[in-house]
Design a protein around this ligand. Structure first.
Ligand code: FMN
Length: 369
């Protein structure tokens, strides 16, 4: 019997050729929100990797929702135009379906890029006013302005407008970024949301913004295209968002037509207490999958093909996402296929690199997976 890792996975009108996902990875290399040569290389080569799904970096729905001024954006048509040649390359030469992660950084916006330690940048020094559910700063970062209900509605509309652009651009799937302490997550967690209106207080009130964003995107995103949400399934902190809360949210999302939950964790507070090790977030994906009955994507130190396969056969998740492992070995799916005795997508230009094609044995096609 073949592996689960290399078996197809249907999501609405999309069938992924295998269960390997390239996790979204911010590149901090965009110019005024626009993708450029780096993105062509980065996304282009990952589209050739054999992964079934490639998700773009967190892509901002509003200029003030960027972590840094070099994040990719989707709040204007020129961002879609800049990404078009990248998507065209991936389509023409790659084997991966293409997803986009949409986000707003909330109270973690306006900082330097990752390799400059994400230091806060104030307004007047090149930064901007940042926004959050409550006037509670992430420790060491700028103080956010609390959002009014009118501003909340505008941001919900911003998510929908960005999704409509992603659709016109031909993206196959959207992952809403509801994790890592960014805007959606900061509404969910009681550590960052202390509002007393209908967006704060009770669990259902704290879930409201996430669900409104989901509904607004679902309304403009074609019925046949999958839509999911990445969440931080726990804050790993006393008084914070919990796995039980995540199950509650996942059930609500499922009832609204959500196709998958990606189970990440943390990011709300530097006081989070977690032990990081191989597959450390898999139990979160497992719990959500079982208790909410929704497909899950596991992520976090999944580095070995047999480890990935065991996550799937153990029914902890339906998909496995790799981030650092893909940067370190961008042909990870090719090697995983070799190890598991499977076939995987190769671009025709590279198929002679496959060990079965060495020694003049050109009779074994490897590309038609
Ligand atoms: C360079 C880099 C950039 C990242 N950017 C994003 C991002 O844009 N959105 C997101 O949800 N997670 C982001 N992450 C987190 C990864 O998607 C992933 O969840 C995390 O790295 C754990 O998986 P791994 O152990 O396979 O790297 C990033 C991680 C890395 C290493």
């Amino acid at each position: 019997m073949g592996s689960l890792l290399f078996s197809p996975f249907p999501l609405r009108g999309l069938t992924l050729p295998n269960r390997i996902v390239v996790s979204p990875m911010g590149q901090y290399s965009a110019d005024d929100g626009c993708a450029g040569a780096w993105h062509l290389m980065h996304l282009g080569h990952l589209a050739l990797s054999g992964a079934g799904l490639l998700i773009t970096e967190a892509t901002a729905i509003h200029p003030e929702g960027r972590i840094s001024k070099h994040d990719m954006g989707m709040w204007d048509d020129r961002h879609a135009a800049a990404l078009e040649p990248v998507i065209a390359f991936c389509r023409r030469h790659g084997g991966a379906h293409l997803g986009m992660q949409l986000y707003h950084a909330g109270r973690k916006a306006s900082v330097t890029v990752a390799w400059e330690a994400q230091r806060p940048i104030a307004t007047g020094e090149g930064g901007w006013t940042i926004h959050a559910p409550s006037a509670l700063a992430y420790p060491g970062r700028l103080a956010p302005e609390p959002l009014s209900e009118v501003e909340i509605a505008q941001l919900v509309g911003g998510f929908a407008a960005a999704a409509a652009r992603a659709d016109r651009l031909g993206l196959d799937l959207i992952e809403i970024h509801g994790a890592h302490g960014y805007l959606i997550h900061s509404f969910l967690s009681p550590l960052s949301n202390q509002r007393s209106d209908r967006y704060g207080g009770s669990l259902d009130n704290r879930c409201r913004f996430a669900l409104e964003v989901f509904d607004a995107i679902r309304a403009v995103w074609p019925e046949r295209k999958p839509l999911g949400m990445r969440i931080s399934a726990t804050d790993w902190a006393d008084g914070g968002w919990t796995i039980e809360d995540s199950v509650h949210l996942a059930r609500q999302l499922k009832a609204r037509g959500c196709d998958f939950i990606t189970a990440s964790s943390g990011g709300t507070t530097p006081a989070q207490k977690l032990t990081v090790g191989p597959g450390y977030q898999v139990p979160l994906a497992d719990r959500i999958r079982r208790d909410a009955g929704i497909a899950t994507m596991a992520v976090g130190l999944i580095t070995e093909p047999r480890q990935a396969e065991a996550i799937l056969t153990g029914e902890s998740a339906d998909l496995v996402a790799l981030a650092r492992g893909m940067l370190f070995n961008p042909r990870w799916p090719w090697h995983a296929a070799m190890e598991l005795g499977e076939r995987v997508f190769y671009p025709k230009q590279y198929e002679r690199s496959h060990p079965s094609m060495r020694g003049g044995d050109f009779l074994k096609p490897v590309r038609d997976a």
